[in-house]
Design a protein around this ligand. Structure first.
Ligand SMILES: [Mg+2]
Length: 292
């Protein structure tokens, strides 16, 4: 079973839990739950040695990536992080536990998001870090969901795409908290849908399209690509960009952050790339399948 199929199964099981204290359930970058009088964003992410980072990666970079990935999911909702929890499964006789937790403490401080608890276990396997972050949505805009895109919307991305793993950028990226906040401040309700690019703009764009009930078309000529990226297949498929991919009401201008308009929402389904010759390519399944 691939990750998409497994997630569909989990979402179907969870539908009954929506309502009451559960405002947004599984299927977005974060859940939104009501705890007493407060609405809280919740997200959790795993970092697995050998899968998400190579064994020889410096401890500080492993710590940063583990924290920043979950922080990026808070940014994807337009929110700000409040607290973090870390569960670590350490290889037996792991010698760097103190340094690892020191580095994670340092990393969360940089995001104004103190580490308030967690759990440690050990096993005869690779290092696995599970980081849970809670946060708050933008006060005026509220949470920006994947499902809010509308036919006619413009599609945008911050930063540049592709080559993250090969270049090492996946270890040093800065989650787009400031950009997401600026976007919600400036555009409010005109920001319709948002996701952070963990698995590639093709696959993640396909997720926005599916959640929103429309199709997304991206223009090859408009894609901002890193210098070390050769083609749109890498730009849309490499994954781990951790840039914001979002849609806005048609014709909106953005002044307070740097973003590139790369396409539009149209009738239909899936995420498509229109190449320079005008040929349409289905890119919904390009990108990283975490279960593979
Ligand atoms: Mg995400």
């Amino acid at each position: 079973m691939d990750e998409t199929e497994l997630l569909k199964h989990i979402y179907a099981r969870s539908e009954g839990s929506i309502g009451g204290h559960v405002l947004i359930g599984p299927g977005d970058d974060c859940a939104l739950v009501r705890a007493g009088a407060m609405d809280v964003l919740l997200t959790t992410d795993q970092l697995v040695e050998g899968r998400h980072f190579a064994s020889e990666t410096p401890i500080e970079m492993i710590a940063h990536k583990a924290i920043a990935r979950s922080i990026s999911d808070i940014a994807a909702m337009g929110g700000m992080p409040s607290f973090a929890l870390v569960a670590a499964c350490l290889p037996e006789n792991y010698a760097h536990a103190n340094a690892l937790f020191d580095a994670m403490h340092l990393s969360v401080q940089g995001f104004g998001c103190p580490l308030v608890g967690g759990d440690i276990a050990s096993h005869a396997g690779p290092l696995v870090l599970t980081v849970t972050v809670m946060g708050a949505a933008h006060e005026q805009r509220g949470p920006v969901l994947r499902s809010g895109a509308e036919v006619g919307d413009d599609v945008w991305v911050t930063g540049k795409l592709g080559g993250s793993y090969a270049s090492g950028r996946h270890l040093t990226f800065t989650p787009c908290l400031i950009e997401a906040r600026a976007l919600c401040d400036e555009l409010g309700e005109y920001v319709h849908a948002m996701i952070d690019l963990s698995d590639g703009a093709g696959r993640d764009g396909g997720r926005v399209a599916m959640a929103s009930g429309c199709a997304i078309e991206l223009d090859e000529a408009a894609l901002p690509m890193h210098q070390d990226v050769a083609d749109w297949q890498h730009a849309l498929g490499d994954g781990e960009d951790y840039e914001l991919f979002f849609t806005t009401a048609p014709g909106v201008q953005i002044n307070t952050l740097e973003a590139t308009r790369i396409g539009r929402c149209v009738e239909g389904e899936g995420c498509w790339l229109i190449d320079r010759a005008g040929t349409r390519h289905d890119v919904s399944t390009l990108g990283w399948d975490h279960s593979g």
